[in-house]
Design a protein around this ligand. Structure first.
Ligand SMILES: Cc1cc2nc3c(=O)[nH]c(=O)nc-3n(C[C@H](O)[C@H](O)[C@H](O)COP(=O)(O)OP(=O)(O)OC[C@H]3O[C@@H](n4cnc5c(N)ncnc54)[C@H](O)[C@@H]3O)c2cc1C
Length: 190
């Protein structure tokens, strides 16, 4: 298993410490705690078609493609869908077709690439001028941070942003860091 997961579609090869195929969100939280306690890293992986070694490394490869592959909810009125990270891009569109909906970003590997990896890479394709890249279609992400806490990232108002900045948590640290970065007019201009 470690040899199988030592490569992706890139030219790189590195033997991971271990490979995990988690089944539940609790498994993911356990893995995060384990990695923190043992000073190692987690390498989330979906289809592994990245070209720059994104899913190759010496930490623990966490393959979420096997058990996190469900389409959870479709809202036809508002044109959004909630999916797990292991949903294949083309399979999402097969599901959406009868509803006359279409998820645009089309990597060349669309019959393998999964939404988790598309978000990680901000994937797009040859029609991106029309179809845009993944980030233009992403409304919200539910994520687990490195301390195991679950957070939701999405559009927020200025007021909500200030509330987030006051949180005495890792999530609060992230928002404070962004505020600090963007408080410089030079950075904002850039
Ligand atoms: C022949 C070929 C052609 C390609 N053409 C294109 C193209 O046209 N356009 C394009 O954009 N790309 C292209 N790619 C690159 C790649 O196929 C795409 O970027 C693809 O969308 C990656 O999806 P994946 O499921 O394979 O992700 P992976 O390679 O498995 O992961 C990608 C990144 O996302 C992270 N990640 C995955 N799941 C999670 C998760 N649940 N939580 C947190 N992080 C996560 C990984 O750690 C990694 O950093 C091509 C690759 C090949 C081999």
């Amino acid at each position: 298993m470690r040899i199988l997961y030592a490569t992706d579609a890139s030219a790189y090869r590195e033997m991971p410490l271990a490979v995990c195929i988690p089944k539940t969100k609790d498994d993911l939280k356990t893995l995060i705690q384990f990695a923190a306690a043992n000073h190692t890293s987690l390498i989330p992986r979906t289809a592994g078609t990245s070209l720059a070694g994104q899913v190759v490394g010496n930490g623990i490869v966490v393959d979420v493609s096997k058990h996190f592959n469900k389409i959870l909810e479709l809202n036809e009125k508002e044109n959004w869908v909630i999916v797990e990270p292991g949903v294949v891009r083309d399979e999402l569109n097969l599901f959406l077709k009868p509803h006359h909906l279409f998820y645009g970003p089309e990597t060349s590997t669309a019959n393998r690439a999964m939404i988790g990896g598309m978000i990680g890479n901000n994937s797009c394709g040859s029609n991106s001028i029309l179809y845009k890249s993944t980030r233009e279609h992403l409304l919200e992400v539910t994520a687990l941070l490195s301390d195991g806490t679950e957070v939701v990232f999405g559009d927020i108002t200025t007021e909500q942003f200030h509330v987030k900045c006051e949180l005495p948590t890792l999530e609060g640290n992230i928002y404070r860091h962004i505020r600090q970065l963007l408080s410089s007019p030079a950075v904002r201009d850039e």
